[in-house]
Design a protein. Sequence first.
Length: 233
Amino acid sequence: MMPPSLRDWVAEDHLVWTVLEAVKEMSLDAFYSAYRADGHGRPAYEPSMMVALLLYAYARGNRSSRGIERECQEDVAYRVIAANRVPDHSTIAEFRKRHEVALSELFGEVLLLCREAGLVNVGVVAVDGTKVHANASNMVNREYRQLAEEILAEAARVDAEEDELYGDELPEHLCTAEGRRKALREAKQRLAERRAGREEVGMEPARVELSLDPEQIIPRDGGRAEWLREGRR
């Protein structure tokens, strides 16, 4: 019952289409020139895809590389940009650091392009609460560039804080479905053994010395049963 293409899940007026079309109009030579053309090294993600992914994420206020990775799994618009691929957060952060200058220049150019094309129909371009007036006479390329630099600086700060908070990646054995199942089974068994050990300790009879003072306990007609009840009390 679902559309056969992810692109059919996103409305025509969605921001993602503006970002993708704007990136197509921009020169990405500064990004492509940083990669080897001889086929050596690990294959890189398509730079135009990574550029669009970062621009879209930052325009939506998502500064976290981990957050972008998560959205590539869960958000349809992100999945349209990434063609259903999921770059890990380390790759995303490394791309930002490697191309920081080029991204600053490109982001500023994209904002100018959108303004010039009339894609700002409410008078402002909103970038995570930062209102950039599209019709202001003093809004020049330098000011867009400054905004882009601030956004990239914030992204770097967020990534550094999350690296400090979350530390290293998951251990290798937890990165596969079978590895996770095995780890969870073993953890479940250890917990069960600990619980069983605590129950065994709890079942041992308590060794308590009792001395019943007849003057303090008033026996009634219940006989031995009454004495036992009083003893328990």
